[in-house]
Design a binder for this molecule. Structure first.
Ligand SMILES: [Zn+2]
Length: 248
């Protein structure tokens, strides 16, 4: 069937179509405008409120990790430290730094201090001067090869110290850094005991001993989030050991 409209009805249809088109365009533009304002409102709602400046800690501890780096534990420790915005000092074994150069480099790249804990965890009180120098200097070289600054600090394995050891360390430009809080994580007493020991003994300026290598350090990793939260809640900040680079 062919529809035939009189001329006036055709004009009317055209006018109705035009009116519908205008309405459609206006409604369409309005929808776009509303959509845009909704997006802006959504963005404004999602924006974080202005952050209050974090209070500056009035007291500090120095977190130290010995006997690594160890690919099983050190990366996990780095991630936990990041969560608490904490920088630590790693006393590395030269032979382990040589075995894991990328991990050693990562320590420096992530803002931590890398210092000397001898080449093979030797008891420095039992060495000739020649052997002493090799233990320290070879480790220095390995740390520097992995992008670290020349280490200004030496931690003697087992915490041994004698007047002779002190003189030899000084002759090599090393400051000896021991600790006043031993977490005793190496005895694996359980994460709660590790945290409790640190909580009971940490003071302003304390140097706290942990281990990221040299054995099973799963308990250190389990304890560390609680330790860091406890220290932060107690008002402590975290500093690296003062190991200014000696003149080479
Ligand atoms: Zn050690």
């Amino acid at each position: 069937m062919v529809l035939r409209h009189p001329p006036d009805r055709r004009r009317l249809s055209a006018a109705v179509l035009l009116a519908l088109l205008v309405v459609a365009v206006v409604v369409g533009l309005g929808t776009v405008a509303i959509g845009k304002s909704q997006v802006r409102a959504g963005q404004a709602a999602a924006a974080p409120p202005p952050a209050a400046p974090a209070p500056t800690p009035s007291k500090y501890v120095v977190l130290t990790f010995d006997d690594g780096p160890d690919p099983r534990y050190t990366p996990q420790i780095l991630d936990i430290l990041d969560r608490y915005d904490a920088k630590a000092t790693f006393f590395v074994i030269g032979a382990e730094a040589k075995r894991h150069p990328t991990l050693t480099r990562t320590l420096t790249q992530r803002g931590h201090s890398v210092q000397n804990h001898t080449w093979s965890h030797a008891d420095l009180t039992k060495l000739s001067w020649t052997a002493f120098q090799r233990q320290v200097k070879d480790t220095d070289a390995q740390i520097r090869a992995a992008g670290g600054k020349p280490p200004g600090c030496l931690r003697p394995p087992y915490g041994t110290r004698t007047p002779l050891l002190d003189r030899r360390a000084a002759a090599l430009g090393k400051r000896l850094v021991l600790w006043d809080v031993d977490s005793r994580d190496w005895t694996r007493p359980g994460p709660a005991a590790i945290e409790q020991r640190v909580a009971a003994n940490a003071r302003d300026g304390s140097v706290i001993l942990f281990h990221d290598g040299g054995g099973n350090r799963a308990q250190t990793i389990a304890a560390l989030p609680g330790v860091l939260k406890m220290l932060k809640d107690s008002g402590f900040g975290f500093r690296t050991a003062a190991c200014s680079t000696p003149a080479q």
